[in-house]
Every structure is written in structure tokens, then in C-alpha cells.
Design a protein around this ligand. Structure first.
Ligand SMILES: Nc1ncnc2c1ncn2[C@@H]1O[C@H](COP(=O)(O)OP(=O)(O)O)[C@@H](O)[C@H]1O
Ligand SMILES: [Mg+2]
Length: 384
């Protein structure tokens, strides 16, 4: 059925795109499927899912549950996901039974586990920080400090990553499989996103710079384009394209990189889905990352991913000390600023650092854009 979707006399009514995960990334994908009138079904465990009111059909179920994912996928023509933590065995079986899963289960399986992901980089000559795998804390030996501890599975937004300064820091770590990585004293954290459709057409988004909040250690701003030399920019693009070329994913691949003090570029990690670092593309690029994901997985032509304006994306996260029903302060005031777009994710409850929305500022002048981004951060407070 999938191949008929965009023939001259296509019918959008007998085609269903399944999306695993009903969070904000899914919601922004639905804004694109709505424009193209593509029928969708979303699987998510929560009745409070941001996608629930927007999809054609909502299915309640656990994303790690084999039967829930398999039975859901069987009803769809193409299945994609907005989160890596889904049952990959069910995706494999769906593929065997003729359902198109993009990016495919093989790609997801490698990426789901930080250890196999790092091994994949090594095997494909992709520069990355040295790492060592440990099955248990009991096996720990010969560690040089400082270093970075990473849970191999189910980490996100820095939960599951810890910088260790001495053996003392191992206390309070959960008993789980993990890797120990060399600590990279980087100058900047860079990212890009690459879209690749089924026919092999590739589009790369600009190299952006992720700016972290020093207390929460989460991304506070994303700046497009990254303030780096043209030579570094080209090199970053080349390395990111090599990663995508190694996976040959269908769909998006977000690539996180470290720029070291001596201008080396190391790949930190990748994600086979839309990513926070490319939200700016909704306003700044003619085709956003969400447009390009849908284009890729439906094998539609990819338009340009070029950015038309300098942009800063500001994450709006739950304030400390506030947990419960959400109230957004200062949105109206932020919208009074020039060229500011606010996105609220529709989660009914907030908690500290939870991603509750974002705003994008467009401005041809970097200093003005930064001033506006800081102003928005001061104005908009996600509280209870
Ligand atoms: N090897 C490293 N050296 C220095 N900092 C690191 C290293 N690995 C991760 N970090 C820091 O921790 C953050 C989260 O790590 P990451 O591997 O990206 O996990 P997550 O899946 O939570 O995003 C990174 O964005 C970076 O700021
Ligand atoms: Mg990361």
C-alpha cells in the first residue's frame, strides 16, 4: 500500500502511519502529517500524551512491550518512532511480516545501546571518545579519573550520564550495565541532523551549537548556525555524513559532536529520530526536521534543509520547586518580542527540568538574538 500513497490518484485514507511514542516530537510530526492528510495511529502508555488529541487514532500501550508494539504495528503500513526506547524485537518481527519500519530495527538496535553504538563508530572509523564496557559495578577495574559513566540503555537528557572525579563517585550509582568513557574537555558541543529517504537522497541540516545550562547540565539554547570557522563547519558536516553513510538509515539521524580545544571533532552519540537540537528548523528552514522525517520515510523528495535565518531555540523546562498541574507564566510577554514563536507541548503536569515547550527566535544579528533568547528565558516560567 505504501508505494501507492503518492501516485497520481493516491488515496490518503487507506494508508496509516504508526508512530511509537506520543511526546512532543510525535506531536510535531503530526503537524506535518496533518498538512499532508496522512492518517496516523500513535502508541503511548499515557492518556496525557501530547499526541492524543492530534492523531487520527490513539492506542494506549507500553512501548517496551512486545505484544503491544507488534499488534499496533500490524495495523500500520509504515511504522516510525519518536523515542529509542521501544521493543526492537517486535519491530524485527514486523519487518519480517512486511511492515516497513523506518529507521529500520537494525539501526535502532545498534543505537539503543550506548556500548554497541560506540563499537559501531569504531568499526566504521568514526572518531569518538575511548570507552570500555562493564557488565556490572563489581567488574570495575583500572579506571583513570576523571571519566564519564554512562548507562548503556534507557538514558536520556543526561539522566544516565555522570562525570566521575574519583572512586568515591561510584557510590550511589545504580547496578546496571555501563560504559566508562574518557572525559573530553570540549570547547563546544555541536550537532546536526541528516535526512535520508528510501531512494537514498540525502539532506543535511546546518551545524548547530548546543549551549548547556550549568546547573542542570541540560541544553538551554541551540544556536544555528554554530559559530565556528567554515573549515570546521565543513569537517563537522563531512564526519556527520560519514556516520549517516555507515548506518544508511531511512529517516532522520541526529548527530551530537564534541569540538575539542585542539579542533578535533569527535562523535558523541546519535539518535535515529527528530531531535531537540533541530527544533529551530521549524521556523528557520523551509523544510523542518519533521517535514524531512516524513518525506524520508514515505520516500518523498527531500527539499532543501538550508537555514534561511540565524536562529536560537530556547528550551522551556519545568522550574525547580514546581511539580504538578502546569501554568506557563510570561508567554504573552515573550510573544511581544519580534520574530519569536512559542511551542507549548500540552503536557498537563510539570516537574523540574521536564521539557514543557520551546521558543524560537529569528534575528539576523547574533547579539540581538542572544539578548532575546535570554529575555525569553527570564520571562517564561513553567510553574504550578
Ligand atoms: N565523554 C564525555 N566527555 C565530556 N562530557 C561528556 C562526555 N559524554 C557526555 N558528556 C556530557 O554529557 C551530556 C549527555 O551525554 P550523552 O552521551 O549525550 O547522553 P544523553 O543520552 O543523556 O544525551 C553530553 O551532552 C555532554 O555534555
Ligand atoms: Mg546526548
Amino acid at each position: 500500500m505504501q508505494n501507492n500513497l503518492f501516485k497520481m490518484n493516491y488515496s490518503t485514507t487507506d494508508f496509516t502511519l504508526g508512530i511509537l511514542g506520543g511526546g512532543q516530537l510525535g506531536k510535531m510530526l503530526l503537524q506535518v502529517t496533518s498538512r499532508l492528510s496522512i492518517k496516523t495511529n500513535v502508541l503511548d502508555p499515557s492518556d496525557d500524551s501530547p499526541c492524543k488529541e492530534m492523531c487520527s487514532e490513539f492506542t494506549k500501550g507500553q512501548l517496551m512491550d512486545f505484544d503491544a508494539v507488534y499488534n499496533f504495528g500490524k495495523k500500520c503500513d509504515v511504522v516510525t518512532y519518536e523515542i529509542e526506547h521501544v521493543n526492537v524485537d517486535a519491530l524485527e518481527k514486523l519487518e519480517r511480516n512486511g511492515v516497513n519500519v523506518y529507521p529500520d530495527s537494525k539501526t535502532l538496535k545498534i543505537i539503543q545501546d550506548k556500548s554497541t553504538q560506540k563499537d559501531f563508530f569504531l568499526k566504521n572509523n568514526i572518531p569518538t571518545a575511548n570507552h570500555k564496557y562493564f557488565k556490572s559495578l563489581k567488574d570495575l577495574e583500572n579506571i583513570k579519573y576523571p571519566c564519564v559513566w554512562k548507562k548503556t540503555k534507557f538514558g536520556y537528557d543526561g539522566y544516565g550520564v555522570k562525570i566521575l572525579k574519583s572512586k568515591e563517585d561510584f557510590k550511589n550509582l545504580p547496578e546496571t550495565e555501563f560504559i566508562i568513557e574518557d572525559l573530553i574537555p570540549f570547547k563546544k558541543e555541536l550537532a546536526t541532523t541528516i535526512a535520508r529517504n528510501k531512494s537514498g537522497q540525502i539532506e543535511i541540516f546546518p551545524i548547530v551549537e548546543m549551549m548547556f545550562n550549568e546547573t542542570s547540565n541540560q541544553v538551554e539554547y541551540v544556536l544555528c548556525p554554530a559559530q565556528i570557522s567554515p573549515e570546521l563547519n565543513e569537517r563537522a558536516k563531512k564526519i556527520a555524513l560519514k556516520v549517516s553513510e555507515s548506518f544508511k538509515q531511512v529517516g532522520l539521524l541526529a548527530v551530537e559532536m564534541f569540538l575539542t580545544h585542539d579542533n578535533k571533532i569527535l562523535i558523541n552519540e546519535v539518535a535515529p529520530r527528530p531531535h531537540n537540537s533541530a527544533h529551530y528548523s521549524i521556523e528557520s528552514c523551509f523544510n523542518s526536521q519533521f517535514d524531512q522525517h516524513i518525506n524520508s520515510i514515505l520516500d518523498l523528495p527531500l527539499g532543501s534543509s538550508k537555514s534561511n535565518s540565524l536562529a536560537i531555540m530556547i528550551n522551556l523546562v519545568g522550574e525547580f520547586g514546581h511539580q504538578g498541574k502546569v501554568v506557563y507564566d510570561g508567554v504573552k510577554e515573550a510573544m511581544l518580542l519580534d520574530n519569536v514563536k512559542v511551542h507549548l507541548y500540552g503536557k498537563s503536569t510539570t516537574k523540574p527540568n521536564r521539557k514543557m515547550g520551546h521558543a524560537t527566535v529569528l534575528d539576523s544579528n547574533l547579539e540581538n538574538a542572544l539578548k532575546k533568547a535570554k529575555k525569553i528565558k527570564e520571562l517564561v516560567k513553567v510553574k504550578t
